[in-house]
Design a protein around this ligand. Structure first.
Ligand code: HEM
Length: 405
């Protein structure tokens, strides 16, 4: 594989579905061209940044590197404005103001309040596995429901709306995948966003009239410098939380199980010592890196790892590559449920560091704490398949066979 072929992994949605190809390609880039110019017919050119240290340095400097003009590879920096503006599209001074609205909700103390509800939901899905009688698709039957239901519960949505939200989020993030996409037209993602918009606009109106103690009420009734939050911004906030908290965690949980099944010694270790659940869940996030990238755009001319980058040019921060960087992790290609330290960048870093880290960790731990002790045996019952994506993904099929106590 030459460097040009290796760099295709960032613009070819099938690359993230082929882990061997992706990791071989990015290992080559880290060694030979860690800041690599990517030019293709279909995407505005960008620089792919694959080393851990460089990803961290760029994430840390949110004055030099902005989010607004281009947050993902699909976006054209020449001014396509996103239909809704969310935290990830904002920079200072707006970003810290909007982030503060929900930051308290996501602090460990805030999230711990939800532990019981999360444990209940974890139990519900493991019970569901038991009902399915020894064979299921762990992604479709368990991992794709549970994190969304956690998020929707904390937003305060009624349970009857959960299936609709699930479908919409999958369409939005899975739109490069034939199994997930609503249809193959260019407008598919826009239509999905419109559906979201209508739903959450109605929710905002309702929580303004009838505030409760849910997160939707916090957002709907937030004030920005004394004035009520704009409807577009409120809706953007819901869309971000409903989407950011769903496929990411589903992918980590399902990809984590796949990793455990491929390393039976690690399964045995976790089963024998449940106190490893916290390090195991972080290792799953490093291993799967469900968010494949975010982008930043240089606000002035600069240099990254010796390579000049001009003001206005964008860099793609490759989290899955950084998380396998041999200069940052001992034996990066070994899945180690006890890995310590594990300073992975799966949640990003800096001003935009994932707001949902505590929630995601609690969800992962709750599910594995329920699942592992109840299983007598577990094995793959077919070949797992991964989502075609350029942004967020993990397994979309994980057939398993098991015996439960
Ligand atoms: C394993 C699961 C998850 C992963 C891997 C993940 C990953 C990420 C990453 C990489 C970012 C961008 C960070 C950066 O630019 O430096 C991010 C941002 C964000 N995440 Fe997560 N996330 C996960 C779960 C969640 C959950 C459960 C929520 C809760 C609702 C959430 C809410 C957010 C929000 C609101 C942001 C935007 C923060 C900002 O721009 O200031 N995430 N996440």
């Amino acid at each position: 594989m030459d460097l040009e072929e290796a760099a295709r992994v960032f613009t070819d949605p099938s690359a993230y579905a082929d882990e061997k190809w992706f990791h071989a390609a990015t290992a080559l880039l880290r060694r030979q061209s860690p800041v690599h110019r990517v030019e293709t017919d279909d995407f505005v050119p960008f620089w792919a940044v694959t080393r851990y240290e460089d990803v961290m340095a760029i994430s840390r400097d949110s004055e030099l590197w902005h989010n607004a003009s281009r947050t993902t590879v699909n976006q054209d920096p020449a001014g396509v404005t996103a239909p809704v503006r969310t935290l990830v599209q904002m920079d200072a001074p707006d970003h810290p103001i909007y982030r503060r609205i929900s930051a308290d909700w996501f602090k460990p103390s805030g999230v711990r309040r939800l532990s019981d509800r999360i444990a209940q939901l974890a139990k519900r899905y493991v019970d569901h596995m038991a009902e399915l009688g020894g064979e299921c698709d762990f992604f479709t039957d368990v991992a794709s429901h549970y994190p969304l239901y956690v998020i929707l519960s904390l937003l305060g949505l009624p349970e009857k709306d959960f299936p609709r939200m699930r479908k919409l989020t999958q369409e939005l993030f899975g739109s490069y995948d034939v199994d997930m996409a609503r249809n193959q037209s260019d407008t598919a993602a826009t239509e999905t966003l419109l559906d979201f918009f209508q739903y959450f606009q109605a929710l905002t109106d309702d929580r303004r009239k009838n505030p409760t103690d849910d997160l939707a009420s916090v957002i709907a009734n937030a004030t920005i410098e004394g004035a009520p939050i704009g409807t577009l911004e409120a809706v953007g906030y819901y869309v971000l939380i409903a989407t950011a908290g769903h496929d990411t965690t589903s992918s980590a949980i399902a990809g984590g199980l796949h990793a455990l099944l491929e390393s039976p010694d690690q399964w045995q270790r976790l089963a024998g010592d449940p106190s490893l659940a916290p390090t195991a869940v972080d290792e799953m996030i490093r291993w799967v890196s469900p968010v494949k990238h975010f982008m930043r755009t240089a606000t002035e001319d600069t240099v990254v790892h010796g390579v000049p980058v001009t003001a206005g040019e964008s860099v793609l921060l490759s989290y899955p590559s950084a998380n396998r960087d041999e200069d940052a992790f001992a034996d990066p290609d070994i899945f180690d449920v006890g890995r310590t330290p594990n300073k992975h960048v799966g949640f990003g870093f800096g001003a935009h560091y994932c707001l949902g880290t505590h929630l995601a960790r609690i969800e992962g731990r709750a599910l594995y704490a329920e699942l592992v002790p109840r299983l007598r045996s577990i094995e793959l019952a077919g070949t797992p398949e991964y989502t075609h994506t350029l942004f967020v993904g993990g397994p979309k099929r994980l057939p398993i066979r098991y015996q439960m106590a």
